[in-house]
Design a protein around this ligand. Structure first.
Ligand code: GUN
Length: 287
């Protein structure tokens, strides 16, 4: 057996096209503001891609590039201005922020209704309570990919490897809401292959290159690789040893071209969701 590839790049392009179709029918375009502090090369590329993708689906895109020396208070002031700006439906502050800035305080300052990252404690709490909320983009994109190959998840055992606020924890909650039995494993889990091997759905989001090998994968499992690590040769590698796992899994996402492109597509989807909620317009969000 060899796993079928889940082509996230292609799926995300389709999702962006479906989002653009919804945007065309709106009375006014949604607005997305992305804030970057400093000039970290990786963050600069991510932010540029987010702005480009927003424009391509017909959003108004605003990128605020602030110097590394920006003070905590000045950044909070900028966030407050965006909160008050009616043309802006979504606000994303790119992480990581410079060390002199308290990231949590900045995230707390974003209007929860515009928090398209889903990182505000209000949205985290609403997600865990099963209330409507803005959901972090990477786990949302992963769930959409999982459902594209497994429409019904009820009763399946899902193992999430990783417990970050950005991916692992919200991913586990989304799978629980879809009636999976969920195990959260992490970097300190004893005998990880033994734990991971029970998974019908395995999500690797721990940030350790090629941690998941064939002995940690149940034959036929859906394997979602959220990891983006630089290999010793400079190439991108996931948290899954792709070549070793491919003959065992039923479905697998590649790195790059798997979950990554879904993150940006889901950021746009969240912005559209925020737009609808803020303006009390009922929208059917595409998956
Ligand atoms: N840095 C890396 N991933 C993310 C993300 O999803 N959102 C934000 N705001 N910053 C990030």
């Amino acid at each position: 057996m060899t796993a079928q590839l889940i082509d996230g790049k292609n799926y995300a392009a389709g999702l962006r096209a479906r989002l653009a179709d919804v945007v065309k029918k709106l009375p006014a375009p949604p607005g997305l503001a992305v804030v970057i502090v400093g000039d970290d090369p990786a963050s600069t590329v991510y932010v540029r891609n987010k702005g480009k993708a927003a424009e391509e689906v017909g959003f108004i895109s605003r990128t605020l590039r602030l110097p590394e020396t920006t003070t905590h208070d000045d950044l909070l002031e900028e966030v407050k201005k965006l909160n008050a700006d009616d043309a802006i439906d979504g606000i994303l502050v790119q992480l990581p922020l410079p060390k002199h800035i308290d990231s949590q305080q900045v995230l707390n300052a974003i209007d929860p209704a515009k928090d398209v990252d889903g990182f505000h404690p209000m949205n985290i709490g609403r997600l865990w309570a099963g209330l409507p909320s803005l959901v972090p983009c990477t786990p949302l994109g992963s769930l959409i990919l999982i459902k594209s190959v497994l429409p019904t998840l009820s009763g399946l055992h899902a193992v999430v490897v990783g417990r970050s606020n950005i991916v692992g924890k919200p991913m586990a909650q989304l799978l629980l809401q879809n009636d999976c039995t969920v195990t959260i494993a992490h970097s300190r889990t004893a005998n990880l292959p033994h734990v991971a091997r029970v998974a019908d759905v395995l999500v690797a989001a721990v940030g350790k290159p090629q941690l998941i090998t064939a002995d940690g994968v149940k034959p036929g499992a859906v394997v979602i690789d959220v990891g983006i690590n630089r290999g010793t040769d400079g190439k991108l590698v996931g948290d899954v040893d792709f070549n070793a796992v491919k003959p065992v899994a039923g479905f697998i996402t590649p790195v790059p071209g798997g979950v990554g492109p879904m993150t940006i597509a889901c950021l746009l989807r969240n912005t559209l969701q925020a737009y609808g909620a803020r303006r009390a317009i009922t929208l059917t969000l595409p998956d």
